[in-house]
Structures are given as C-alpha cells and as structure tokens.
Design a protein around this ligand. Structure first.
Ligand SMILES: [Zn+2]
Ligand SMILES: [Zn+2]
Length: 356
C-alpha cells in the first residue's frame, strides 16, 4: 500500500489515505517521493481563497526518484540525459498534448487536454497526479529533467513551479540589463525573481513587501526593501529619482496602483503573475498606459523551455538560494497537520514533505 494526502474541500484540512501502489502503463514513469514543497497556491486552495475540484491530491513543487519506467517510456530527459531507476528528477507542472491549437500557438500550459500535476481531481482512473503522495505517475509527454547531484532536494523541488514561473516572468519582462526593477512580494517567487534579476544585470532591484521578516531577509541579501504603506515616501529615494523600467507583481495585490503608475518609465513593462486566485480589481489609468507606452502582460505557469532554464538557474545558484529561502521543517506525510499550519503561518518561504 502507499499513502497520499487527500483534500476533500474541508477548510484547512487534508487526510492521509492509503491505496494500492500505482501500476505503470505504457509510456508512463512512476516516481517515488523525495521532497514535495507546499506552494502558496496549495495553501490558497486548502484555506478556501480559491476553489478547486475535489477530492484532490495537491502538491506540484516536487522532486522525486524514478521508481519504474513503463514500456516505451522515456529513455532520456529533455536534455538527452539517460533516465534510469533511482534518478532524481523534476518535471513540468503541465503535461500537454503538443498538437492542439493552444499548444501550437505556444501556450502548452493552457492545453485544454492537459494534465496538471497537483491540480487534477482524484478519480478511479486518475489517482497519482498530486505531489503530496508516496508515488506519482507521470504521463507520456511530460517534460522531465534529471537533477544534478549537487543541487539539494529542497532547491530542486522549487524548479517545477516557482523557479520555472520566475523564468517565464523575467522573459516576459524583456531585457532587464541596467533596468530598475520593482518586485511586489518578497515571498519565494519574489526572492527568486530578485536573485535572477540581479544575476541578469539589473541596475537596481527593489522589493515591496508587507512582512517585516521578509524585508529583513531581502535586505540581508542586498536588496532595497520598502513596506507597501511607505511607497509614497520611499520609492523616489530608493530609485535615486529614476522611473521604474519593470514592475513584477508576484504577491496577488497592489496597495497603491495609481501611485505606482506615476513611477513607471516610458516604455516600461508590467508583468502580473501573483494573483492566481480572485483578487481586487485595480484602477487602471488608461491615459498613463498610452502616453507612457507601457506594456502589461499576464503570465501563468510556463513552457517546457522555462523548466530547462530553471534547472540551470537553480544549479548555478543553489548556495545563494539555500541561504536566501527560509524553509520550515520538511516532514513525513503523516505529519500533515503541523506542516500545513506552519505553511499557513507565513513564517517560511516553504514547508514540505519528505519520504521519511
Ligand atoms: Zn506552485
Ligand atoms: Zn494541446
């Protein structure tokens, strides 16, 4: 038998349930849990800030060990590296068909026939798609990457969600060399975006963050931080009077959008990626968007190439990320109540589950 944590729609709760270990069909790969982190979006679902189909096994920031490869399953990963039993792997959160109109237009993460790991309703046919489980079964067409040995599992686990999403967000922001970047939210997404922006040659990276501890953490790593309520007083000083070239919204809400628009530069870019749940509408000054030729983009999930970039980034910056990201305890699945509570407390960038 094998265990999984099932969310049945009860506020703040998941339950440990046992099922026979999954079989592997042709083209599939069965993986055994190494580390599964609790993403903020998992908490949004468990604590009813957004709705999801139930019953559901959550968890999509996962690194696992290949346990079995089905007949005609993949022999190599996306980069041509051979895949063997016992390899530590990460994979794209969405397995898409690759042939429909949405996939062909370059949005495989929005494929209508896609399987989204950690988001699919638990059914008699589809049991092992969530990360909070002893095993997962990866569908044919899943983009899989082998993780180099030097990358710690807790950093590797971030690759399939937050790190790859940040790669897509920064791509949407365009060339950020010598640019002034304002990042809303110094959670895991914001911190990774800050490190990535700095490593890409941004002139100045400023983090807007409400939580004092997160501001302290960001400051310790050399970023300028501002509390949202102090933006009117501090933003001009923080940028030395320069306008903002890029605004990355990664928190899901903006305290004073009209003020922010006044600080945007001509030709600047705004990327929204944080509000993955119903969020307050923003007052948008259309004239400012037009006169300043501002580009506004939305980014949700990512394409397979962003997963490759995310692995390269995590591999090159794992020491910095380990120092930066504040992990709570990683515990066995049976300790789910304490883990979920610790995640919801907001004291950590991530908490999570390990095999033992
Ligand atoms: Zn996530
Ligand atoms: Zn498709």
């Amino acid at each position: 038998m094998a265990s999984m944590l099932v969310y049945r729609g009860d506020y703040g709760q998941v339950a440990l349930e046992e099922y026979p270990r999954p079989d592997v069909s042709a083209g599939e790969v069965r993986v055994a849990l190494d580390t599964a982190l609790v993403c903020s979006s998992d908490l949004h679902t468990i604590f009813h800030r957004r709705t999801a189909p139930t019953p559901l096994v959550l968890g999509h920031e996962t690194v696992s060990l290949i346990d079995r490869i089905g007949t005609d399953g993949p022999t190599t990963d996306m980069q041509g590296i051979p895949l063997r039993i016992g390899d530590r792997v990460v994979w794209a959160v969405v397995a898409s068909c690759g042939t429909c109109g949405t996939c062909s237009r370059g949005w495989p993460q929005k494929c209508p026939g896609a399987t989204k790991y950690g988001h699919a309703r638990l059914s008699s046919q589809e049991k092992w798609t969530g990360g909070f489980a002893d095993y997962q079964v990866l569908k044919p067409g899943t983009s899989i990457l082998r993780v180099p040995e030097h990358v710690p599992s807790r950093i590797a686990a971030t690759i399939g969600c937050s790190t790859a999403t940040v790669c897509a967000v920064l791509e949407a922001a365009g060339d950020i060399r010598d640019k002034v970047i304002l990042i809303n939210g110094a959670g895991q997404l914001g911190m990774q975006a800050a490190i990535m922006a700095k490593s890409c040659g941004a002139k100045q990276v400023i983090c807007l963050e409400a939580q004092p501890q997160r501001r302290t953490d960001a400051k310790r790593m050399g970023f300028v931080t501002i509390a949202p309520e102090s933006m009117a007083l501090m933003l001009t000083d923080a940028t030395a009077g320069e306008a903002l070239d890029v605004f990355l919204e990664l928190a899901g809400n903006v305290t004073d959008f009209p003020l922010l628009m006044k600080h945007m530069a001509v030709g600047s870019t705004i990327v929204f990626a944080g509000a993955v749940y119903p969020s307050p509408a923003l007052p948008l000054d259309m004239e400012a968007v037009i006169r300043k030729c501002i580009t506004i983009k939305g980014i949700h999930n990512y394409r397979p190439e962003h997963l490759v970039r995310a692995l390269a980034f995590a591999s090159a910056h794992c020491d910095e990320l380990l120092e930066f990201l504040n992990f709570g305890s990683l515990s066995p699945l049976r300790e789910h109540a304490a883990v979920i509570q610790a995640g919801e407390s907001g004291a950590f960038h991530r908490v999570g589950f390990t095999a033992h």
